[in-house]
Design a protein around this ligand. Structure first.
Ligand SMILES: NC(=O)c1ccc[n+]([C@@H]2O[C@H](COP(=O)([O-])OP(=O)(O)OC[C@H]3O[C@@H](n4cnc5c(N)ncnc54)[C@H](O)[C@@H]3O)[C@@H](O)[C@H]2O)c1
Length: 351
């Protein structure tokens, strides 16, 4: 069978896991790299033996034989790179967050519809082992009606610096970078209801705190001195059309330990996903805690590979995409509305 040829736009940190996923997929030939950083591009080319190297995405996209691309750039380039790739007739896997805002995301979805090509969004938590198990229980009706979720992705001191804290390139701070993962996860588990309103608050109280002394070799050390114009803490209440409600917290910096709490409340059972999956229900009239006899903590081993395999499977076999552009647009509507609510101090309705 003919292998699909894949190009990567943006060969920084996260491209490593995309590349690893493509390299182990028997239906893929890793074909070309693009990055505006010439030095990095050269190094990545040498590392993976890729000789088709481009500093301009449009030059790479002229290669007719390329079937698909991963967009792994800073958030500010997701829309322009994705739209250019779709217009050039390529399928696209675009990293999260889909774009800087809802308007850009809608333009990307339109480009995908017009081109007839696939646009998958990198909602990698949907491919987590914990998510798959909980979804299995949800689909069997174990939880009953899921009406509330608490989603937290907080770091005590964890702004990566660089473009992550430069609003022009990131679109925002921990809400758009970390919150997007957990809002999408709980919405997906609740059956992808439509959001109707948000009330959000953001804080810029601590900044990057470059003076905080970190353990030697900390992953933050390199960029921690950069200035920040993004929020360092965000919280919101998100309401959906079926009554489902999500409370979210995301931070880069806070004077509390970081947390990855994901709690779901259903009428028949509840679940806590982090660090291990535990379910809480009533059995035979008794309150009962359910712990499965298998590893249930989110494992990063194979996580991105599953996302990449799914993208390739959708292209090669026409499998229905489980992380489509329309969900990316909905997430961007939620995030844009939270920032708007934080700015105005009012609830924001989502159409
Ligand atoms: N799914 C996840 O868990 C996860 C984790 C980390 C990052 N990400 C996402 O991946 C994306 C990249 O993050 P990163 O940590 O790899 O950043 P990075 O800075 O390490 O890499 C981004 C690369 O994109 C390049 N770039 C920027 N604009 C470009 C353009 N117009 N054309 C070509 N190249 C361009 C930069 O030069 C850089 O080399 C972000 O959207 C981020 O949110 C996702």
């Amino acid at each position: 069978m003919k292998k699909i040829k894949v190009g990567i736009i943006g060969v920084g940190g996260i491209s490593e896991v995309h590349i690893a996923g493509y390299l182990r997929n028997p239906n893929v030939e890793l074909y070309a790299f693009c990055d505006i950083n010439e030095q990095r591009l050269k190094e990545k080319g040498e590392k993976y033996g890729i000789t088709r190297l481009f500093t301009d995405k449009n030059e790479m996209l002229k290669l007719k034989e390329i079937d698909a691309v991963s967009v792994c750039t800073w958030n500010c380039a997701h829309a322009e790179c994705t739209i250019a790739a779709l217009k050039a007739g390529k399928h696209v896997l675009c990293e999260k967050p889909m774009a800087l805002n809802a308007e850009e995301a809608e333009a990307m979805q339109k480009a995908a519809e017009e081109s007839g090509k696939l646009l998958e969004i990198g909602f990698v938590r949907r491919f987590g082992n914990d998510c798959e198990i909980v979804k299995d229980f949800i689909d069997s009706g174990f939880f009953g009606d899921i009406y509330y979720a608490r989603a937290m992705y907080t770091r005590r001191h964890g702004c990566p610096g660089g473009w992550f804290s430069d609003k022009k390139r990131s679109g925002g701070g921990p809400l758009i970078d970390l919150g997007v993962h957990v809002i999408d996860l709980v919405r997906y588990l609740a059956g992808c209801p439509r959001p109707v309103s948000v009330y959000g608050v953001t804080f810029d109280k601590l900044g990057n705190r470059p003076d905080v002394k970190m353990a030697p070799g900390s992953w933050l050390a390199a960029d921690a001195g950069n200035t920040s114009d993004v929020e360092d803490f965000a919280t919101a209440l998100i309401r959906f059309d079926n009554g489902f409600t999500v409370s979210i917290e995301a931070s880069f910096d806070q004077n509390l330990p970081g947390e990855g709490t994901i709690n779901l409340l259903g009428t028949k059972a509840g679940a806590s996903l982090s660090p291990d999956l535990k379910m809480y229900t009533v059995m035979n009239g008794y309150l009962a805690d359910v712990q499965l006899d298998m590893p249930t903590a989110l494992g990063f081993e194979g996580l991105f590979e599953k996302e990449i395999d799914h993208f390739v499977d959708c292209i090669v076999n026409g499998t229905k995409c489980i992380a489509p552009a329309e969900d990316g647009v909905i997430l961007m509507k939620i995030l844009t509305a939270i920032y708007e609510s934080a700015r105005t101090g009012h609830e924001v309705l989502i159409k």
